[in-house]
Design a protein around this ligand. Sequence first.
Ligand SMILES: Nc1ncnc2c1ncn2[C@@H]1O[C@H](COP(=O)(O)OP(=O)(O)O)[C@@H](O)[C@H]1O
Ligand SMILES: Nc1ccn([C@@H]2O[C@H](COP(=O)(O)OP(=O)(O)O)[C@@H](O)[C@H]2O)c(=O)n1
Ligand SMILES: [Mg+2]
Length: 238
Amino acid sequence: MRGGLVASARLLPRPLVRWFLQRRAQLDINENMLGGKKVKIIFVLGGPGSGKGTQCSNIVEHFGFIHLSAGELLRAEINSGSENGTMIDTIIKEGKIVPSEITIKLLQEAIIKGGNDKYIIDGFPRNEENRAVFESVQLQTLVTYFQLLQINISPEFVLFFDCSEEEMERRLLGRNQGRSDDNIETIRKRFKVFVESSLPVIEYYESKGMVKKIDATKPAPEVFEDDGKRMKFTNGIT
Ligand SMILES: Nc1ncnc2c1ncn2[C@@H]1O[C@H](COP(=O)(O)OP(=O)(O)O)[C@@H](O)[C@H]1O
Ligand SMILES: Nc1ccn([C@@H]2O[C@H](COP(=O)(O)OP(=O)(O)O)[C@@H](O)[C@H]2O)c(=O)n1
Ligand SMILES: [Mg+2]
């Protein structure tokens, strides 16, 4: 489709093309735009088993966000029989982090397909590379024939689910979803990767005053309600 567009653009009068490029540049400035709306993104980070997926379901139910789990997108990619499937599968079983280009492409496609203006993204960015590449790449979406928007994506803020390793290990061993990485050997590797690679990302956002820490050790309903203050999850984004 884009090849066809480029070919058609060559046939357009030059002033029109110039106008289009200027308009595109205007729309591009510091805005995460999708379909003419500002796209709001919340990142949800926390160790494996801290309850990210569980609370994201609550947030979707009560606040109308689209939930994207990087891990689930990667597992779907394995199951789709894609050419990268075997490589992704091996990395997940080892508790390591999949190359950013793969995960980011899946996230971009899901954001464009979702067509919503509010996304809650869980399990991403999991390392500095994930973060830097995501913030540097641009989303492209065809809004109308003449508006090919370039979208720089950055999060509004980051939710950090803080939970002890002991509790996370107990939860993961009881998760029972048939996951190849929920065994004690891989769980220990994932904890190590979390401390070495993911915590620095949380610290980076903390240094920018963007982190909202959630006490995730309590039972799931209490984590969400916390004396009725469920709004804490969205910081006023409704
Ligand atoms: N606050 C909680 N207390 C006890 N168990 C929980 C809590 N939150 C989630 N769980 C359970 O722990 C497991 C891991 O939760 P999940 O939401 O998948 O975590 P994550 O996405 O961070 O790995 C699941 O079996 C879930 O039902
Ligand atoms: N940004 C991401 C997210 C997940 N993953 C891989 O997918 C696995 C499962 O991620 P997940 O978010 O579903 O795991 P949980 O933290 O929810 O248990 C991770 O351990 C990584 O191997 C990744 O490589 N990059
Ligand atoms: Mg999860």
